[in-house]
Each structure stands twice: as C-alpha cells, then as structure tokens.
Design a protein around this ligand. Structure first.
Ligand code: GLA
Length: 508
C-alpha cells in the first residue's frame, strides 16, 4: 500500500516535471499499420528553455532533430533527410499528456502519418547521437543482359493495394480461381503477385522462410500454374522490407535460387531499408546484383524494380536487368493521387519504355471504391496509353460488373499491349483538357481525350498536334462504336474526370 502511494506520488511528480523539462528518453514499440513485426520509435530529447535538441530513432536509424521547440505542452521539430540527393524536410509535432508524448508522424506528400504514443522511459540526459554505421558503396555494375521477358507490359494482380498484410495462401488461390472464372485470364491477366508480408526469418543455412500465412510456397506455385497463371513475389535489397519483414540483403543469390525452386515467375524488389545500408549512388549496382542473380537462378523471372523513380531510375532500370521500374511513390485510391501520378509525373519518360522494359506508374486501384467508374475508366485508359503494367489491385472475388468491364475492355487492353511498345506522350494541354497519344504497330494511333476539370467539356484532338495527315477511321474504345472519319481533328464531349479513348486506323 505504502509502496503504491509512493509510486503514484513519484509518477505524479515526474509528470509534473515533464511540463518543465522533457529531457530524457521517450519510446514506443508499435506494429506498422500494414502489419509486420513490431518496431521501435524513440526520441532522445534535451530541453533547454523552449529549445529542444536530441535525436530520433525510427526505421532502425538515428537522425538528429532540428529546429526543435517547446510551446506549453506541445513540441515541434524537423528531421532533414537526404532524399537521394535532394534535401527533404519532414515536420513532426507532438503533445505531452502526463508521461505520454503523442507524436504526429509525417506521411507521404501532404498526408499525415499515424500518431505514435511514446512513453517516458527515463529523465537521464542523452549523450551524443551514435555515429551511423558506414554505408556500403558498390562499384558500378556491368549491364545485365535482357531476360527476354515482358515483351508487352505485364498483366495480372497484386495483393498490396486492397489487402496489404492480409494476403495469404488462401487469398492467392481464391484470386487465381477468380482470375480464371471472371474472364480476366482470357483478357490477358496472368500474374498473381504476392506483395510484402509473406516473409519470416531465415533458417540456420540462411534460407528465407515463409510465415504462417504461406505454409507451402511451392505447392501454392503449383496450384497457380495449374490454372495456367504465374506467381509473383516481393522482397527488398535492404535488411528489411517496407513493412519491416525480412529482406534479401546479403542473400541475393540464395533468395533468387529459392524463388526459382518454388516456381516463382515475377519478383518485385522494393528499395525501402536499403537506404540504411547502401550509399544511394550504389542503387543501380544494387538492383543489377539481383538482376544477375535472377538470370542465374535457373528460372525465367520477370524483374520489377520498386524504387519510386528516384535517382533517375527509369534511365538505368533496363541495364540493371529490370523489365519494369516504378516511376513514382505509392498510388492511393483517389482521383487526386491517380491523376497526379498518371498525368503529371509521367511526362518525358516515354523514351525509356520499349518491349521488355516498361515505366511503372504503380498498380491499379480500379474497383477499390475511392473513385467513380468514370475516374476508373480514365485510370485504365491512361495506364494503357502509358504502356503501363496492368496489375489489378482490387478483390477479384467480389467485383461489380462495371469494374470487371473496365478491367477487361479488350479494345483498351489492346492499346496497352500493342507490340510496338511505344508509350504515349501528351500532345496538347489546354487548362484541364489534355490529349495523350501513342503510335500503334499497324500505323494507327491511340488517342485519349481527357477532362481533368469539374464540369463536362468539349475536348479536341487535332491532326496537327498528333502529327497525322491523311484520313483515319475512328473507333471509340469505351463505346465500342465506329465514329466515322478523322480528317483534321476530332472533338468529343467528355464528362468531368472522364475520357474518350479512340483508336485511329488508316483507311484501306
Ligand atoms: C512500398 C511499395 C508498395 C508496397 C509496400 C509494401 O510502399 O511502394 O507498392 O509494395 O511497400 O510494404
């Protein structure tokens, strides 16, 4: 009794003290929002008046806090990161409540991340921040020979956008079944790709293990193959994946052989914690290392680079052995995210796309519920014009008729899969109205008339902008209807956030 009164008194005393001085250690161990092993976030603070210094330990690394301030029971500070050669300032803010520090984490772009509730651990003044471990620099790699795969952009499904950590053997089997039963396979969707959160640790020989969600990866691959489909998997060149699972660092060849042994056909390789161990100038060599390993794995494996387009990824993706490479950060199921990625962040990348090697503006969100069907048709049209991988990101077991119709529109898919492999460019922009076009193998052209604005508008594709002369037959690929002859231009009413996608074929 006496002891608990004493403890209460001392903790009240300590709480009162925090109002005056936050110096000490504040820590929380949390599970990432998308699942994964718990990880630690700790603030080592020194308060002098209203100034705050110290460092933050998160994502397995220490970073000094800058411009730290205490205002009443609130704090704010910045962490300045070297984001692949560009300075990025992340703003943190927090409130103190008793012995809890509620820390608002920064998120992507202007989104806020989760709030972490750090507990007071000690009032001891922290020493200097430990020196960061020296990063590995790899010498430039020789170009990795082309593996002969992905002559057209890969088509399939990936678990992440809809299911994140809820992916399992059962989900993958059911998705494979649904891919066949829904007609998606017949429309060209072949890869069933497991994203992050399948990994466990390693055995005594260093072999990567699957966790309990995937009891037998080889049996799963056999099942997927028995449906005439292919199986994809995910890893990171760093020690940990983005969701904090086991990565391939220092096990690249071994992992590539394991994948081949299981019957894996596709690898998405996600940079993430590689920043903690590699100097980012080594990024092309780091990717080439896995590219080589896959080539010598004994199985043909499509190689998908996921490094968000930083450090000029599209320029060296192919020579690292990549069949595709991400060009941006993660897509979200919103018009804002999809349209920004699709329209604004793909400019001037067409020169890097060709058969075997594709720009990847990230997976599809069609059918996930955050956009209208009109917006999803824009998503599908734009990705097809961009010769982007078509990796559905929804629940294939429960799709609306409209979602299925959007994903399986064969006339649109034929644009994406056109064997010439030329990515579209933006040929005109008039405020919110944009026209994008890509040349097709038969001498024709696929043209998207887009309206990013808030009200219906007339969009015009001009022959002069398209650099087309002569006459062409017009086919509307969403209406599945012929629209007569194209001479100098074609105009169409396009709803807000919508598209009219046409194909121009030379008349006989
Ligand atoms: C990163 C990738 C995503 C997904 C997650 C998994 O954010 O960009 O596509 O793979 O990691 O953790």
């Amino acid at each position: 009794m006496k002891l608990s009164v004493l403890l209460l008194a001392s903790s009240l005393f300590a709480s009162a003290l925090f109002g005056a001085d936050l110096t000490g250690k504040w820590s929380v161990t949390s599970t990432p929002p998308n699942g994964g092993p718990p990880h630690e976030t700790t603030l080592y603070l020194i308060q002098q008046g209203d100034l705050l210094t110290g460092y933050l330990f998160s994502r397995n690394q220490n970073e000094p806090i800058e411009h730290g301030k205490v205002t009443g029971s609130s704090i704010s500070f910045e962490i300045v990161r070297d984001n692949f050669g560009e300075k990025r300032v992340s703003e943190y803010s927090g409130t103190i409540e008793g012995d809890t520090l509620n820390l608002q984490m920064p998120g992507w772009e202007d989104h806020k991340g989760p709030v972490f509730h750090l507990q007071h651990v000690s009032s001891e003044k922290p020493g200097a921040m430990p020196e960061p471990p020296k990063k590995v620099s790899l010498p430039a790699a020789k170009p990795v020979p082309y593996n002969g795969l992905a002559k057209t952009p890969p088509m399939g499904w990936n678990s992440w956008n809809k299911f994140a950590s809820k992916v399992s053997d059962r989900l993958v089997r059911e998705t494979a079944d649904a891919m066949v039963a829904s007609g998606m396979k017949d429309a060209g969707y072949i890869y069933v790709n497991i994203d992050d959160t399948w990994e466990a640790g390693r055995d005594a020989q260093g072999n990567i293990q699957t966790n309990s969600k995937f009891p037998d990866m080889k049996a799963l691959a056999d099942y997927v193959h028995s449906k005439g489909l292919k199986l994809g998997i995910y890893s990171s060149p760093g020690p940990k994946t983005c969701a904090n699972y086991e990565g391939s660092y220092q096990h690249e060849e071994q992992d590539a052989k394991t994948y081949a042994g299981w019957g894996i056909d596709y690898l998405k390789y996600d940079w993430c914690s590689a920043s903690q161990v590699y100097d980012y100038h080594s990024m092309p060599a780091v990717y080439a290392k896995m590219g080589e390993a896959l080539l010598h794995s004994g199985r043909l494996i499509v190689y998908s680079l996921c490094q968000y387009g930083v450090f000029h990824g599209p320029q060296w993706g192919a020579s690292a052995g990549g069949n595709l490479w991400r060009t941006t950060g993660d897509i979200q199921d919103s018009w804002k995210s999809m349209s920004h990625i699709g329209f604004d962040l793909q400019l001037n990348l067409d020169q890097y796309a060709k058969p075997g090697h594709w720009n990847d503006p990230d997976m599809l969100e069609i059918g996930n519920g955050g956009m209208t069907d009109t917006e999803y048709r824009t998503h599908m049209s734009l990705w097809s014009l961009l010769a982007a991988p078509l990796l559905a990101g929804n629940d294939l077991r429960h799709m609306s008729k409209e979602t299925l119709a959007i994903l399986t529109n064969r006339e649109v898919i034929a644009v994406d899969q056109d064997p010439l492999g030329k990515e579209a460019t933006r040929v005109s922009k008039d405020g919110d109205l944009e026209v994008w076009a890509r040349p097709l193998e038969n001498g024709g052209e696929a043209v998207g008339l887009f309206n990013r604005g808030a009200t219906t508008a007339t969009v015009t594709a001009r022959g002069a902008d398209l650099k087309l002369t002569g006459s062409y037959k017009i086919r509307d690929l969403w209406a599945h209807a012929d629209r007569g002859e194209f001479k100098d231009q074609y105009s169409a009413e396009v709803p807000s956030h919508g598209v009219v996608l046409i194909r121009l074929d030379r008349g006989r």
